[in-house]
Write a protein that binds this ligand. Structure first.
Ligand code: ADP
Ligand code: MG
Length: 323
């Protein structure tokens, strides 16, 4: 295998596969997809991963392929859309076979697991940058929107939160994790699991949803502002993995409440729907935990297990505010 490939060899070798639901895939000026069936809407989202900003130059290419698609699938999950197709815009300093093989393996493995097909994209030379656009479908009026939370709703989160931030802290030298905690949390940071099945199961059950990418409280803030409501969150109710349970309370709270990159779903549902939420979670084989409630009074109130009010110093990540 050659060490360096031309643009068209590269596209043909790594990113061209037979079409499935698409009418026309990679190779022409546009891909063609059948129009959504009557009563369905298309859900569309893009996310970019930039070297030096979202990943390090020595990041494992297979994990990166997985993560680039996972963060996009997470956006489909957050509206309850079913994955359909995606495009890949890729800038690379060099067309290295070893890197491309790993990247394509991670990317297409996750794509197959979610029955989403790569239908096109663009490839250019430049600082490494991966931009994916996903398309999904959702029945009209059933998308889970950030703006749909109602006073009196329960606030729920899927899985566990804070592990990606715990891994990041170790990598940045803020603290040091033992070998077992490194294994558990690095996998979480590098290869997040998009909660697609849960998003689908919550259609018609949940009111509002958002995926946790910038930090639990920061992302909750977006949801509250767009819904015109407030919330009370019990910091001690946030579900923690064993690695996080071994940390001090301040560090655990920092990771869980301010840490991004977990890609769990944060959602609201009427209190009367608690059983339906648990049924949806069981259907999606994804644990969910009730961590608070939505209030008519705007703002975010953070409490501990004893009901004591905590300071909310847990701002999330903002690309133009953080160094
Ligand atoms: P155009 O010049 O019309 O933009 P390109 O030469 O850039 O077309 O791309 C040729 C074909 O390969 C197109 O069908 C495009 O969608 C596809 N393509 C290019 N890069 C990628 C990629 N990284 N992944 C998947 N498909 C790609
Ligand atoms: Mg092009």
């Amino acid at each position: 295998m050659t060490a360096s490939l031309g643009e068209f060899d590269l596209i043909a070798r790594y990113f061209t596969r037979p079409v499935r639901r698409a009418v026309l895939g990679v190779g022409d000026d546009c891909a063609l997809l059948p129009a959504p069936t009557a009563g369905e809407q298309l859900a569309i989202s893009s996310d970019m991963l930039l070297e030096g900003r979202h990943f390090l130059p020595d990041a494992d290419p297979e994990a990166l392929g997985h993560k680039a698609l996972a963060v996009n699938l997470s956006d489909l999950a957050a509206v309850g859309a079913r994955p359909l197709a995606f495009t890949l815009a890729l800038a690379l300093p060099l067309a290295e076979a070893r890197w491309l093989e790993g990247f394509a393996r991670g990317l297409l493995h996750l794509a197959d697991a979610h029955d989403i097909e790569l239908v096109g994209g663009d490839t250019t030379r430049g600082p490494r940058n991966i931009c994916i656009t996903v398309l999904g479908t959702v029945p009209q009026g059933q998308a889970l929107l950030r703006s749909a939370a109602q006073a009196g709703d329960d606030l729920w989160v899927s899985g566990t939160v804070g592990e990606a931030r715990l891994a990041l802290g170790h990598r940045l030298g803020e603290w040091s994790l033992d070998a077992a905690a490194q294994t558990a949390t690095f996998a979480r940071m590098d290869q997040p699991t998009p909660r697609v099945a849960l998003g689908l199961a919550l259609r018609g059950v949940a009111h509002a949803a958002i995926d946790v990418s910038d930090g639990l409280l920061a992302d909750l803030g977006h949801l509250l502002r767009q819904s015109g409501v407030g919330a009370t969150v019990n910091a001690d109710a946030c579900p923690a993995s064993p690695a996080l349970r071994n940390q001090s309370a301040p560090r655990r709270r920092l990771c869980q409440l301010a840490g991004g990159d977990d890609y769990e779903l944060l959602f609201t549902a009427p209190a009367a729907a608690r059983n339906a939420v648990q049924t949806a979670a069981a259907q999606a084989t994804t644990a969910v935990t009730r961590i608070g409630s939505i209030d008519a009074q705007p703002g975010l109130r953070l409490i501990d297990a004893a009901g004591q009010v905590l300071d909310n110093a847990y701002v999330g990540f903002d690309h133009f505010r953080s160094a």
